[in-house]
Design a protein around this ligand. Sequence first.
Ligand SMILES: Cc1ncc(COP(=O)(O)O)c(C=O)c1O
Length: 393
Amino acid sequence: MAKEKFDLEGMQTKAVYAAKELNRTTAISPPIWQTTTFGAETAEEFAEIAVATKPQEFYTRYGNPNHAMVEQTLAELEGGELALVFGSGMGAIFSAIASQLNSGDHVIAQRNHYAGATTLLKDILPRWGIEVSFVDQTNNAEFAAAVQPNTKLIYVETPVNPLMQLTDLRFIVELAKAHNLTTICDNTFATPINQRPLELGIDAVIHSATKYIGGHHDVTAGTMVGNKDLLERVWRFALVAGAALSPFDAWLLLRGLRTLGLRVERHNQNALALAKFFETHQKVARVYYPGLESHPQFELANSQMTGFTGMLSVELRGGYSAADKLMSSLKLGVRAASLGGFETLVVHPASMWSLQLSAEQRAATGINDGLVRISVGLEDETDLLRDFDQALA
Ligand SMILES: Cc1ncc(COP(=O)(O)O)c(C=O)c1O
């Protein structure tokens, strides 16, 4: 029996029900459309679907019912008209940025970004005749001063990986409106539970869904959410970029999304408890966490975020050897790339990005040898505190 429509208001309710109508079976957990292609009954039907925008049932690189369920849920959570899924976060970033630009255009980006995005902006776009200016994301005046007559796009990431600096999203929106620029924000660290850039006027949001959206360290994926015209343009580009998501991975993403609100709440709580613990520890020189009053942008964090994420970084007084010792001495946290999942992971950013960022670039961006990035998991707070306490000791 069809149920009456109910307005979905809370984030967890949206995560559970937003894609319900797309599951045309009675199975509570939807099936996996594990197929590369879909049949058409007639030549007319085939011709029509072959040229449609974002068909759900033509060819899986173009779309798939499992993609559609994730996309509808994310569009609802981020507050956007349309969403896309990709085979990785970098697939989303590459398609989002490259689809907007032509030779001769100019982009404003941050000095600090996830290293893969920095490689695209610094090494690849200039080869195609696209100019990029890198500014200090904490300084609004630098963004304003970087605008040129050929500027097309402002690309931001906040909080940024791994130093947890913030970009003033309201300022970026005002600046972009004044100069008719497109704005894209990497919202991976925050998740829509903690920050919704589209509601502040940003044009599109991207995620490495490999992180919190998936949440279980078992799927590599990317997403983009924004207005329909922009997203359809990106979709056409993404068809040839080819970073398509498998139906099973889309199904895993939807499974992850079901508990996003619950998980992020626990990640937030655990990270704040650890940040406060590190702040008073004598072996820790500095804690980077936007939920601490000592964060230089605490006021901005409160004005544009509703929670402060499960990510934090700490700078140890003892440099590389102290950082290495801490990571090796943990009983729960594992030394591993990636973030945003159920288990606590720690990395040494200066080593992980030594290929993408030179020693000078690392020094210029503040990625020092004593820095440890922590993706705080879903463990009990007391166990995490005990573990980091003994590892520091
Ligand atoms: C903030 C951020 N954006 C994008 C990416 C790239 O995502 P993926 O590894 O899914 O391609 C990462 C990966 O760590 C990231 O941390």
